[in-house]
Design a protein around this ligand. Structure first.
Ligand code: HEC
Ligand code: HEC
Ligand code: HEC
Ligand code: HEC
Ligand code: HEC
Ligand code: HEC
Length: 484
């Protein structure tokens, strides 16, 4: 077995060194399976020696170990050199395959491809995210041995779950056993270095026949605690210096928050309670698990970003991979993406024929004159689907809330709303310019045509809904069922 394993290792190693690119399966066999055969062989060798000694002792024979060093005996010296030489070769193989096995298990390909079907949603979205060059283990394990060991033990459990096909679909979010952000995110993003504002430009298209555009520019007040610039508060306030926020949530996804305690750097504490939920816990100590608010409570989708179809379609229309000249294309596209499908074949089939059929029956002249546009839009929808929807794992934007906004999911409004009050009836600030200024808005794609004011405009809702947007949360109308 030792020789066979060693031979296998050598052949595979040559294969590995001569092929370009990462291949997780080849690496698993070369650096984990082949050395395992060698180790097993050595263990069997030890075991059989032990069994023989034991049998001999039982039979009444005396077994003596003769550890004498006799450099004057030429046969002895020859055997000794042979023994040392082979041990050295084994040690080198063990050391090299050990480091390569470690590297393999840390690689993005191993995490994403070794367990392909289960990890596919996270792996695909990861590659389209701003963190596509950050390895999985940088966020999921971080530096140091203790979390590494923990993750390997957890990996055993996951291996069993995959082998027995008993894992959850969708995979539950791991926030409970995720490493605190201080050890992962903050290794690359230094909270003291956040300051100033970030300009976001969004173009939307309406569901009318003309797909009318509407644009908004937001100046998001990121803020930070850079000692070289004047104190400015801002969104990263939650993280600044010694400010801390703790909270208790009613559900595992943390979408309903019962209790919030904020402690400012001067030591002042304020406790807010959600009046809409009945809890029997005392204000000082809530009944459930209290979580320390960190980066992942807002940035819960830094890498696995499942875009809602309305957002993907807006982006594609702006980029003209879906032509806004096709009547009702936004609405029809949205319905095609948002339908319930059993698997991706069914979905891709529906998408491939959907637009063609719609225009053939509703707008025959458009179907004739805009053939190429319809073709391109169909390809784009198909690509959007494969990058954001994973029906086999029941994973898409509907299963994965994002907390970084208040538009698609409640996000910031989980705490920043009037129902969350302290003992004096005050709520965390929730006026529209607490977190951002709307600096441009209007019915156009081009910034030049928009109403603009750097000191902030009052929000104008693209559709006339009166003052409803002031009284209701955005998510009461903009729901997943509508494609948001
Ligand atoms: C930039 C940091 C980051 C990187 C890089 C990253 N992840 Fe994640 N991942 C997260 C965070 C944060 C969560 C959980 C968020 C939560 O609990 O809401 C998560 C969740 C997950 C989940 C649970 C399902 C889900 O969507 O919540 C899986 C599975 C996962 N990651 C796998 C991977 C794999 C595989 C890779 C590499 C291909 C990877 N991750 C790379 C930050 C990262
Ligand atoms: C290994 C380093 C590294 C780690 C760890 C890391 N990031 Fe990043 N992050 C980056 C880099 C580099 C960029 C810039 C990518 C770019 O703009 O091309 C980035 C970008 C971002 C952005 C801006 C994204 C955008 O849309 O412009 C956010 C937000 C962010 N990271 C949050 C996080 C959070 C939260 C974590 C922890 C879960 C984290 N990062 C962990 C390196 C890292
Ligand atoms: C209260 C919610 C919240 C918390 C907590 C939070 N962030 Fe942010 N962060 C935001 C928002 C909102 C933005 C701006 C929106 C955007 O970039 O799309 C932002 C922007 C960023 C950016 C992009 C900055 C830029 O100039 O493009 C990075 C990087 C980032 N955050 C990292 C972090 C890290 C690391 C932590 C933890 C130390 C953290 N954030 C904690 C809400 C938060
Ligand atoms: C877990 C509850 C919670 C969530 C979720 C939350 N916040 Fe806060 N936020 C607070 C509390 C509590 C305060 C402090 C209010 C006080 O005591 O004055 C605060 C304060 C702020 C402030 C004001 C800082 C200052 O200068 O006074 C901003 C800006 C802010 N949050 C933005 C955001 C944004 C943006 C999000 C979503 C991405 C968000 N918050 C999500 C609880 C939360
Ligand atoms: C607690 C902080 C906070 C408050 C209060 C707040 N917003 Fe926002 N808003 C955000 C954040 C964070 C984003 C997301 C930025 C991003 O997408 O990166 C956002 C996004 C938006 C967007 C763009 C939506 C999208 O994703 O395309 C609009 C429009 C908007 N807000 C309007 C409002 C209006 C109107 C109000 C007042 C009723 C308001 N906001 C109050 C934090 C806040
Ligand atoms: C009473 C219901 C209602 C509320 C509340 C509401 N909206 Fe809307 N919103 C609509 C309707 C209806 C449309 C038009 C949809 C269409 O044309 O497809 C719309 C359209 C929009 C659009 C244009 C893009 C699109 O999908 O058509 C934006 C941006 C928008 N709303 C932002 C917001 C924000 C931000 C809030 C919260 C501050 C909010 N809305 C609250 C009903 C609502």
């Amino acid at each position: 077995m030792v020789i066979a394993g060693g031979f296998l290792f050598t052949v595979l190693l040559i294969l590995d060194l001569s092929t370009a690119g990462e291949n997780p399966y080849l690496e698993i066999v070369t650096f984990i399976a082949a050395p395992a055969i060698v180790v097993l062989g050595l263990m069997l060798f030890g075991l059989s020696a032990w069994l023989q000694v034991r049998a001999a002792r039982r039979a009444g024979q005396s077994v003596r170990f003769n550890l004498r060093i006799d450099m004057s005996d030429p046969t002895y010296v020859k055997s000794l050199w042979m023994f040392l030489g082979l041990s050295a070769v084994l040690l080198v193989i063990a050391g090299y395959s050990g480091t390569r096995a470690f590297e393999t298990m840390e690689s993005v390909a191993f995490c994403g491809e070794a367990c392909h079907a289960v990890m596919e949603p996270q792996y695909v979205t990861y590659h389209n995210s701003p963190h596509a060059r950050v390895t999985c283990v940088d966020c999921h394990i971080g530096p140091g041995a203790s979390f590494w060991v923990r993750s390997k033990i957890d990996g055993m459990r996951q291996l069993v779950a995959v082998a027995r096909d008993s894992y959850d679909r969708p995979i539950p979010t791991p926030v409970h056993n995720l490493r605190p952000a201080q050890a992962t995110c903050e290794g690359c993003h230094w909270p003291q270095q956040f300051y100033g504002s970030k300009l976001l430009q969004r173009t939307y298209y309406r569901s009318d026949e003309a797909n009318s555009p509407w644009s908004i520019q937001l100046l998001v007040q990121i803020g930070g605690d850079n000692p070289r610039v004047p104190a400015e508060g801002g969104i990263h306030w939650h993280m600044l210096g010694e400010n801390t926020i703790e909270y208790e949530a009613a559900d595992a996804k943390r979408q309903t928050i019962n209790w919030v305690k904020s402690t400012s750097r001067t030591g002042e504490t304020t406790i807010y309670r959600n009046q809409d939920v009945d809890t029997d816990s005392s204000p000082e100590a809530p009944g459930g698990e209290v979580r320390h608010f960190d980066c992942m409570d807002c940035h819960n989708r830094p890498s696995h970003i499942f875009l809602p179809p309305a957002v993907s379609i807006n982006l594609a229309m702006r980029a003209r991979t879906i032509s806004p000249e096709l009547p009702y294309v936004r609405r029809v596209g949205l319905d095609l993406l948002n339908d319930e499908y059993a698997d991706r074949e069914e979905a891709q089939h529906a998408i491939a024929t959907g637009l063609h059929e719609y225009y053939k029956s509703e707008y025959p002249e458009v179907a004739a004159t805009h053939k190429q546009d319809i073709e391109l839009a169909t390809d784009t929808l198909s690509q959007i689907y494969s990058e954001n929807f994973f029906p086999e794992m029941k994973t898409d934007y509907r299963a994965r809330e994002t907390n970084l906004s208040h538009f698609v999911n409640n996000g910031c409004f989980r705490c920043h709303n009037e129902s969350m009050v302290d003992d004096q009836g005050r709520s965390p600030a929730s006026t529209c310019n607490t977190c951002h200024l709307i600096v441009a808005q209007g019915p156009s794609e081009s910034v030049a045509d928009l109403e603009t004011d750097l000191s902030g405009l009052e929000f104008e809702h693209p559709e006339d809904i009166d003052e409803a947007w002031r009284e209701e949360k955005c998510t009461e109308c903009h729901t997943p069922e509508d494609g948001y």
